[in-house]
Design a protein around this ligand. Structure first.
Ligand code: UD1
Ligand code: MG
Length: 464
């Protein structure tokens, strides 16, 4: 059956998160909830993908549209509730749906956006269950040991869904039910249109509940339920405790996946891996390692302890310990740390070194080149087989412009040098300790700057 539309509910206030950030923009394993769910739904190819927004509307819409420019944004008016969100969506999408599906024979998928791990496989299970039944509406459910806070599925004698009762409206007997509503539904389009009209807000929360539409749908045929195959995929996030529990459980899965793929993870509890990260065989991750974004690590590299890599490409057999590194590339067998900071736009060559207390930014460091100690290397290109003495600083900023420093291959920079950019030194140069390099240095030269040492004999400072 064709999916006429997907309606994603993202207008709620996220009250229990106690936040200024709209809940759909909270992230799990590196991606906002809303993007995770839109990606999962997109694989089902709905003819219309819509997102209902209100709270933090501009921010949510901007993020959603950046990733899915064809998605339709729908505004929810001041009336609260999941049912109201769907009423607003249908009113806004009516013309499009009528054009696409004059018979109204298709179906509409509805999903909350506070289940960050909702995936395509789970949604497919629901759609198939719906298609293979005579259901006019099917709700995705799960069984929870502790169902507190969720809407309970009340079954009729024939096992169809009689109604869904919210925690706050439930009787004590209903609260004992452990089968709960996940907030994912598929309705026959014509039935949703009819069932959603009759909602009222006569309930404990004075809201228009979407759950009531399931009960109204019974007037048009059988209303069914389908159990989610993976309970993690339908776990909701209403507060930060749920968020962290879910993040931990998911991260554990990611770590176990990589361990099965030949990665050693010493402490999965303190190793956090985003789901777009890729790791080679025999990568070893030591405690307190955070791998974020699209980080890729080559075979045999040793990462950690205390490392954060964000969108980094790391070659084979590299060794990174105690470092923060962002949007850069590290060559094979390179060594980084401890206490190193690599800012975006760097390319560290093979067998190269960024050592202790070294900060780099937008710099290319050639193969076998070492920057071992206490340096700032910014807007700089260094050739191969060069060595940069401890305490070297590229003075790249004149207060107005960022200027480049170019250092050749086989260069030996003495300790405590300062490169006042823009400046270039050619291959094979040696510089003296404490040199301030302001001008071009020719190939094979020694460059040093005067730094006269004075000595005053018999110096006895007197107390004033
Ligand atoms: C809802 C369900 C509950 C279910 C639970 C699963 C209702 C009445 N209750 O409760 O049965 O067990 O989800 O997690 O539907 N939203 C809007 N507009 C609003 C209010 C909410 O778009 O006015 C959106 C939210 O952004 C969120 C979703 O709807 O994505 C669910 O809202 P939430 O307040 O979290 O509902 P729950 O209390 O979790
Ligand atoms: Mg919720």
């Amino acid at each position: 059956m064709a999916l006429d539309a997907a309606i994603l509910l993202a207008a709620g206030g996220g009250t229990r998160m106690k936040t200024r950030i709209p809940k759909p923009l909270f992230t799990l394993a590196g991606k906002p909830f809303i993007i995770r769910i839109m990606s999962a739904v997109d694989h089902l190819h709905p003819r219309i993908m819509s997102v209902v927004t209100r709270y933090g509307k501009e921010q949510v819409e901007a993020v959603a549209l950046r990733a899915f420019p064809d998605a339709v944004m729908v505004h929810q008016d001041a009336h609260p509730g999941t049912g109201r969100a769907v009423q607003c969506a249908l009113a806004s999408l009516e013309e499009r749906i009528n054009q696409l599906d004059p018979e109204q024979n298709g179906s509409i998928l509805i999903a909350a956006t506070d289940m960050p791990l909702l995936n395509t496989a789970t949604l497919m299970t629901l759609l198939e269950a719906h298609d293979h039944s005579d259901d006019v509406a099917t709700v995705l459910t799960t069984h929870l040991d502790n169902p507190y806070g969720y809407g309970r599925i009340v079954r009729a004698a024939d096992q169809s869904v009689a109604c869904i009762v919210e925690e706050k409206d439930a009787t004590d007997a209903q609260r004992q039910i452990t089968e709960v509503n996940t907030s994912v539904y598929v309705f026959k389009t014509s039935v949703l249109k009819a069932a959603i009209r009759n909602l009222n807000s006569h309930n404990a929360q004075n809201e228009f509940y979407l759950t009531d539409a399931m009960e109204f749908a019974r007037q048009y045929g059988h209303v069914g339920a389908c159990a989610a195959p993976d309970s993690l995929a339908v776990e909701g996030v209403n507060d930060r405790i749920q968020l962290m529990n879910l993040a931990k459980a998911y991260n554990r899965r990611i770590c176990e996946y990589w361990m099965r793929e030949g990665v050693t993870i010493w402490d999965p509890e303190s190793t956090w891996i985003d789901d777009e990260v890729r790791l080679g065989h025999d990568v070893e991750l030591l405690p307190n390692t955070f791998l974020r974004g699209r980080t890729v690590i080559g075979e045999g590299s040793l990462i950690g302890p205390d490392v954060e890599l964000d969108t980094m490409i790391v070659g084979q057999n590299a060794h990174i310990h105690r470092a923060l590194m962002q949007q850069s590339t590290v060559g094979a067998c390179a060594e980084v740390g401890p206490f190193s900071y690599m800012r975006p736009g760097c390319d560290l060559g093979a067998w190269a070194k960024q050592g202790t207390y070294v900060e780099m930014k937008k710099s290319t460091i050639g193969d076998n080149t070492k920057v071992p100690h206490l340096s700032y290397i910014g807007d700089c290109t260094i050739g191969d087989h060069s060595n940069i003495g401890g305490g070297t600083i590229t003075a790249n900023y004149d207060g107005v412009h960022k200027n480049k420093t170019i250092i050749g291959s086989n260069v030996h920079v003495g300790v405590d040098n300062m490169f006042v950019a823009p400046v270039e030194i050619a291959d094979g140069v040696t510089t003296g300790a404490g040199a301030v390099i302001r001008h071009y240095v020719h190939r094979g030269s020694l460059a040093y700057s005067e730094n006269t040492q004075h000595e005053v004999h018999n110096w006895h400072p007197k107390a004033q």
